[in-house]
Write a protein that binds this ligand. Structure first.
Ligand code: HPA
Length: 283
């Protein structure tokens, strides 16, 4: 992060705020691969294409729509990022972390990050949903690196309880109310775009990773540094490093998330509907 970037992102955030008519959302959600169906339950008030927001630009990855919505989800006005930018496809952090920065600028203090991931732990099968209880950053990079910018929180942010325990509980509770089983585990992020080798997956298992993916961790780090409450959900789309004869493919990832759609939609809907957003910034 450097001062010019910070100034640019602040200007971009102000521009989006104006285009959305100065809303005051209480919660934000980043809907990763396959999670977009969660939108079907909410009244969409406004939509901006990522292409129309210079810092976000366009993505060519299948399953990664790029739309920013302002939605009315019963008791909450929600800022929804349908699709995200990934480190493997970018030359800078700006498009990846802008959604979190924008949400924070608009006063949001609670963010839900969702993704698709490969299951590493034995009990995680394709189609399972997992609450992220912690992460391992194996991307070899950190979005907060560079001269310290106070806009982005402290120089050395504490990540001890990054995935807010109360929100993990609320996710489990929300899932129970809609009869969906949620597993819980640690998400490990790699930079991608290549999938992992079997040796890497064995190594990650010994490190304590339950699932592996190519996103979420940068956004969670930034949100945590900004003092936001973070919730994370993974849809397990495959066993990490294909164990069968078939090679791993992005089409498989998309097909599995399609089958899990009703459960993903039910959990996210129930979570946002019942969400407690504290008036104070308490974790
Ligand atoms: N590895 C990394 N990212 C992924 C995977 C995987 O197996 N599945 C979905 N996203």
């Amino acid at each position: 992060m450097n001062p010019l970037q910070t100034t640019y992102l602040r200007e971009q955030a102000e521009r989006v705020r104006e285009r959305l008519g100065n809303p005051t959302p209480t919660v934000a959600a980043v809907l990763g691969s396959g999670w977009g169906a969660a939108l079907d339950d909410w009244r969409i008030e406004q939509t901006l294409a990522y292409e129309s927001i210079p810092v976000l630009g366009s993505s060519a990855v299948k399953g990664h729509a790029g739309k920013l919505h302002l939605a009315d989800a019963d008791s909450h006005t929600c800022l929804i990022f349908q699709g995200r930018r990934h480190w493997y496809g970018c030359t800078a952090w700006d498009p990846i972390i802008f959604p979190v920065y924008l949400a924070h600028c608009l006063g949001v203090r609670t963010i839900l990050l969702t993704n698709a991931a490969g299951g590493i732990r034995d009990d995680l099968d394709p189609g399972d949903l997992m609450v992220i209880d912690d992460h391992i950053n194996a991307m070899g990079a950190n979005p907060l690196r560079g001269p310290h910018q106070p806009d982005w929180g402290p120089r050395f942010p504490d990540l001890t309880r990054l995935y807010t325990p109360a929100l993990q509980g609320q996710l489990m509770h929300a899932a129970a109310t809609v009869d969906v089983v949620l597993k819980q585990g640690t998400y490990l992020a790699v930079s991608g775009p290549s999938y992992e080798t079997p040796a890497e997956v064995r190594a990650y298992a010994t490190m304590g990773a339950a699932a592996v993916g190519m996103s979420t961790v940068p956004e969670a780090i930034v949100a945590g540094a900004l003092g936001m409450r973070v919730a994370g959900l993974s849809c397990i789309t495959n066993r990490a490093a294909a164990t069968g004869n078939e090679a791993l493919s992005h089409d498989e990832v998309i097909a599995i998330t399609a089958a899990a759609t009703p459960r993903m939609r039910a959990v996210v809907g129930a979570f946002i509907r019942d969400l407690d957003t504290p008036a104070r910034e308490e974790k």
